[in-house]
Design a protein around this ligand. Structure first.
Ligand SMILES: [Zn+2]
Length: 95
């Protein structure tokens, strides 16, 4: 497992999480009516799930794969934005 693949897997998991969250909010809205609690549960769940994003760092300079400078994107870098390491070729956190 390379750093990029591990990070991409996390990104996909988050996408699925967001999709489930949206469906959950719509379902609660349809069944019970508008609920800010359902919204809060989803936001909290996604926030907790996304904490793992902090573990996806460049093995060379520790720069996070999801950051381009100070901007965080939902998809990981293939090449480190700081040191230029090819992240599709280096071992990631699961390797
Ligand atoms: Zn780097």
């Amino acid at each position: 497992m390379t750093a990029y693949r591990a990070a991409r897997r996390h990104a996909l998991k988050m996408l699925v999480g967001v999709a489930i969250g949206v469906v959950f909010i719509i379902a609660v809205d349809a069944w019970i009516g508008h609920s800010s609690i359902a919204f809060a549960i989803v936001i909290f769940g996604l926030f907790m799930a996304n904490i793992g994003i902090l573990g996806f760092n460049c093995p060379n300079c520790r720069s996070n794969l999801f950051f381009r400078g100070a901007i965080m994107l939902p998809w990981p870098n293939k090449t480190c934005s700081r040191c230029g390491t090819d992240l599709t070729k280096v071992a990631g956190p699961d390797a």
